[in-house]
Design a protein around this ligand. Structure first.
Ligand code: PEP
Ligand code: MN
Length: 355
């Protein structure tokens, strides 16, 4: 299974949960002629509170296998323990995925990895519920270390207490960091679990494509409103068709040589500017250290709130009407300020030690 396609992103679709044989077959039938590469359905559902629908279990795999064979597409389910892995493999599941609530737990991931040792089943690893890229990487490494090679990641957003239009905050910087750290690993975005509603799906899917992700997972149900789980975020196969047809598929490696040359030129400019910014920062910090020495000689505290406030207000006024957000400016200045205080402290302590 190659999660990277040359012509367009890889698409995974199917219901959140397998509910009945008819629901799985009918939903799959609707997906038959769409650009869908892999059929999904959960048969063991991790639910926040007990007493909700917890999945139909093993039987659901048979329905999914039947549906996959009928429409000629491979199938995938979520596994969370050794028993699930055994049943999924026995039932002919082509691709396994590890859910967000499992990725958070290294014991569980290791158990799954051990159960998969000796196979080379493709496995997709959803990000952990909490925004921790190390935990995500760690789960992938556990699978790599038992010899699995057909791996991919699924970005499904992160739990947050902050008020947000999303069910799970996308924190795009985290999958971007994953890509930087593991450049060969395909990353698939799951807009359904990020959004938690149907309205934002297209926008999030497009954003994922624009960020050069390799694919999309979109929950699809024959009758979303009546779904037994995640009803508010599922769409019909027809709605999926619309979303897919309206997406602008980007070309990650612009083949057109002229386009490529222009891009390289722009990138070279960025590289040069980054170096200039770093040189200026280094110069700025050396002045901070001089100030540190001066303050020490005259017995003045490192942090002077009034001066810090002045800096913030002055720089804020300076960017008025320019294309830089106040939020970025504050984060940038705070980072510089922190480094500056640290370097000044170092200067003071070194001098103290000499005395
Ligand atoms: C799912 O894909 O239906 C699911 C339970 O996802 P997650 O692990 O991302 O919550
Ligand atoms: Mn779901």
């Amino acid at each position: 299974m190659d999660f990277r396609r040359k012509d367009r992103p890889f698409v995974i679709a199917g219901p959140c949960s397998a509910e009945t044989r008819e629901q799985v077959l009918e939903t799959a039938e609707g997906l038959k002629n769409l650009s869908v590469d892999l059929l999904r359905a959960g048969v063991w559902k991790p639910r926040t509170r007990p007493g909700n629908f917890e999945g139909v279990g093993e039987e659901g795999i048979e329905w999914l296998r039947e549906a996959g064979d009928k429409i000629g597409k491979p199938i995938s389910v979520e596994v969370a323990n050794t028993n699930h892995v055994e049943l999924a493999l026995k039932g002919g599941v082509d691709v396994l995925w590890i859910g967000a609530r499992t990725t958070v737990n290294p014991f569980m991931v290791q158990e799954i990895a051990d159960a998969l040792k000796g196979t080379d089943v493709p496995v997709l690893v959803k990000n952990p519920v909490n925004p921790d890229v190390e935990l995500w990487i760690g789960a992938i490494e556990r699978l790599q270390s038992v010899g699995l090679t057909k791996l991919g990641a699924i970005h499904r957003g992160f739990s947050t207490f902050q008020k947000s239009p999303f069910r799970n905050s996308p924190n795009w910087n985290i999958p971007i960091e994953l890509k930087r750290r593991m450049p060969d690993l395909p990353i698939i975005c799951d807009p359904s679990h990020i959004c938690g509603n149907r309205e934002l799906l297209a926008e999030v899917a497009q954003k994922a494509i624009d960020l050069n992700m390799d694919g999309l997972m979109l929950e699809t149900h024959r009758n979303p409103e009546k779904a037994w789980s995640d009803a508010s975020q599922q769409i019909t196969p027809m709605q999926l068709e619309t979303i897919l047809s309206e997406l602008v598929w980007r070309n990650p490696n612009a083949i057109d040589l002229e386009v490529q040359a222009k891009l390289e030129e722009l990138r070279a400019t960025i590289d040069g500017l980054d170096r200039d910014i770093l040189d200026l920062l280094i110069e700025r910090l050396s002045i901070s250290r001089n100030i540190g020495e001066y303050k020490r000689e005259h017995n003045i505290t490192i942090l002077q709130h009034q001066r810090w406030n002045e800096i913030l207000h002055d720089r804020e006024a300076y960017i008025q009407g320019k294309e830089l957000s106040q939020r970025f400016l504050y984060r940038f200045l705070e980072a510089i300020h922190e480094e500056s205080i640290q370097q000044q402290t170092l200067v003071m302590n070194t001098k103290k030690m000499k005395e």
